[in-house]
Design a protein around this ligand. Structure first.
Ligand code: SF4
Length: 363
């Protein structure tokens, strides 16, 4: 059904379709047939839903589930109280390989806030959930809907893409105005009953058929309601910044079974331990003994390794550790892979058993 000329498209929040019931019914039927049975779709525990939503923000289902991150996290921190009581170093270590460590710190802070500010009882209202550290509008809506069954909208990247295409939304979705229109449509569409299935169906459609780089419109249950002629052109966003190549020079100083490490102080990886960075001029006559490459955000990094057994003065953020302590320390994946390759260490035996280990390219 062509919707492109519908005059209601000009009104924020007002649906550009005169048949929302038909659209809902078609998606409900499709989801009942093909919807995946993820563990976070089975649980009604708000903590477990929150963990899944935060992990899935920048990480794919295949990694979160297939590599065992979700299961291992819940084994290690089975509830809010366990997470709130854990030391930050242990929390960061458990997150290792997922990257974007602020997510782990925020989860930790949210658990502490629920324990300290809500008597350990997870708040049910969207506004109170959204007030927890690091919990935004999307995550609050997802917890309210998936854990508490409330009829509230939630717009993640998948739902944003589906709605933008469905209603041929030719406005940038990373602007306040463009996003607000999506949220308005999402709120109009969410049914009074069956919101959990509806939001899950929209997400599933974005994950499986209406994907960023491919749209299987022939198989799509929403095709009859879709106004989009050029799916891959939507959603409209600010162009991504270009990838920048950078070099980093790191010391692998090992002496008497001990290794020198540097603690990160930057926002992104604060608290994690890595091989100490040095300016080339500080390395004197040392020659590189190895090289590794990894990506982080828009940077493509070449890490040059300089091995030495000579005495080294530890900098202000640096400490010597026994090599045996390495598996217990939180460490960004590129450095973990480098030290594992050098010293034949395996950080987490359970990660091996499930095909796990750090994920390439997430820092
Ligand atoms: S018809 Fe195509 S573009 Fe439209 S929602 Fe379905 S998969 Fe996406």
């Amino acid at each position: 059904m062509p919707q492109a000329d519908n005059p209601d498209r000009k009104v924020p929040g007002k649906l550009p379709t005169d048949d929302p019931e038909g659209l809902r019914a078609a998606l409900h039927r499709w989801f009942a047939e093909v919807g995946k049975d993820y563990p976070w779709r089975r649980t009604r525990d708000p903590y477990e839903v929150l963990v899944s939503e935060v992990m899935l923000q920048q990480t794919q289902v295949a990694t979160v589930l297939g590599r065992g991150y979700y299961r291992r996290w819940l084994e290690r921190f089975p509830d809010l109280a366990a997470l709130a009581a854990a030391p930050e170093e242990e929390v960061l270590r458990a997150w290792e390989g997922l990257g974007y460590y602020s997510r782990a710190r925020n989860l930790h802070a949210a658990a502490k806030a629920v324990v300290a500010g809500h008597g350990g009882e997870f708040p049910r209202e969207v506004e109170r959930i959204a007030a927890l550290p690091g919990v935004g509008r999307y995550t609050a809506g997802a917890v309210a809907c998936f854990a508490f069954g409330q009829a509230v909208a939630t717009v993640d990247a998948n739902i944003a893409r589906v709605l933008a295409r469905l209603f041929d939304h030719r406005e940038r979705v990373d602007t306040a105005k463009g996003a607000e229109r999506l949220w308005g449509w999402a709120a109009e569409l969410v049914p009074g009953r069956g919101a959990r299935e509806w939001n899950s169906a929209l997400m599933e459609l974005g994950q499986t058929l209406c994907r960023a780089k491919a749209a299987a419109c022939d198989l799509c249950p929403a095709a009859a309601w879709c106004a989009c002629a050029d799916p891959l052109a939507l959603p409209m966003k600010k162009p991504r910044p270009k990838v920048t190549e950078v070099d980093e020079h790191v010391l692998v100083a090992v002496r008497g079974g001990r290794i020198l490490l540097q603690q990160e102080t930057g926002r992104r990886r604060r608290g994690l331990w890595k091989l100490p960075a040095r300016a080339p001029a500080q390395l004197g006559d040392l020659a590189p003994t190895g090289r590794r490459r990894y990506s982080i955000t828009r940077y493509r990094v070449t890490m040059h390794l300089y091995q030495t057994g000579e005495a080294q003065a530890a900098g202000p953020d640096e400490r010597w550790f026994d090599l045996a302590e390495l598996p217990g320390l939180p460490m960004p994946s590129p450095y973990r892979r480098a030290v594992e390759a050098l010293f034949s260490l395996r950080a987490d035996p359970s990660a091996d058993a499930h095909g796990g280990g750090p994920q390439p390219g997430v820092g």
